[in-house]
Design a protein around this ligand. Structure first.
Ligand code: PAF
Length: 275
């Protein structure tokens, strides 16, 4: 696996490499990331991964400073799944001067995750566009765990006519259902034992939808939150939304997705389940 840090060296390394399948990450790789890398193989002649902890998408008081940086272990994992090129820029490489041009996503950026983390999706969209400009991928793969992120990126690619096909890959879960996430590493042993309740909450809300109507939906969402609270969580939201736009449903036979974000101790976890 070739490792490149600077944009010019990356561009040079990618000359004549055919169609590129790209997986951007912030590192601290787990099996969810590796599933993206394996899937990427089917979509290009060359698989490129990036590792960059993007300051622009973290708000004040979030975990930018403590976000785990594990480059050497990550490189071993990427080699084992056959990634061809790793782009691992420093902040100086990617933001040699302060970034003052931004991609401003539409109102979708202010819902749900965006309401809890103002500016987050603007930071994500900006770095993803910049990484796409560096890598020039034919295809890029993202996990569905970050459901809203995937929608923002799909919208950006469509509206800015970027020549990249976006593929969403199903969330990889631990045996007990917990969605794999780099932030799971922050959980204490007791919190890790409790953490699968987030996915269980989504599953039981999905079951309840079978007997619900639009008028009873808010009550179902409130009881899902109350159940988490009763077990020591601080939920930001548990909500049923339309897959198309993440707005509240106008009918229950639409394609829906249940999304949740909740804090367990000091760790904030997110998950979702399509209906
Ligand atoms: O999902 C992530 O790891 C990040 O948000 C991404 C897409 C790599 C942008 O920094």
């Amino acid at each position: 696996m070739e490792i490149q840090h600077s944009i010019p060296a990356l561009r040079e390394a990618l000359q004549g490499r055919g169609r590129i399948a790209f997986v951007p990450t912030m590192g601290n790789l787990h099996d969810g990331h590796l599933a993206l890398m394996r899937a990427a193989r089917a979509h290009g002649d060359t698989v490129v991964a990036s590792i960059f902890v993007n300051r622009l998408q973290f708000g004040p008081g979030e975990d930018f400073d403590k976000y785990p940086r594990t480059l050497s272990a990550d490189c071993d994992k990427l080699r084992a799944v056959g990634v061809d090129v790793l782009f691992a820029p420093t902040e100086q490489d990617l933001y040699p001067t302060p970034q003052t041009f931004f991609v401003e996503p539409p109102d979708l950026q202010h819902l749900l995750e965006g309401a809890c983390r103002p500016g987050h999706f603007r930071g994500v969209a900006t770095v993803v566009l910049k990484l796409f400009n560096c890598v020039q991928p034919h295809t890029a793969l993202f996990g569905k765990k970050d459901y809203q992120q995937l929608m923002v990126i799909r919208g950006m690619v469509e509206q800015l006519a970027l020549p990249t096909r976006i593929i969403g890959i199903d969330t990889v879960r631990a045996a007990d259902g917990l969605a794999l996430s780099s932030r799971n590493g922050y959980l204490s042993a007791a919190e890790r034992a409790e953490a699968p309740r987030l996915y269980q909450t989504l599953q039981s809300l999905r079951q309840s939808l079978a007997h619900a109507d639009l008028a009873t939906l808010p009550q179902l969402e409130r009881s899902a939150c109350a159940n988490l609270e009763a077990h020591g969580w601080q939920p930001d939201y548990v909500t049923v939304r339309q897959q198309a736009n993440l707005l509240p449903p106008t009918a229950l036979d639409q394609p829906l997705v249940i999304l949740a974000a909740a804090r367990l101790g000091s760790t904030r976890l997110i998950d979702n389940l399509e209906v």
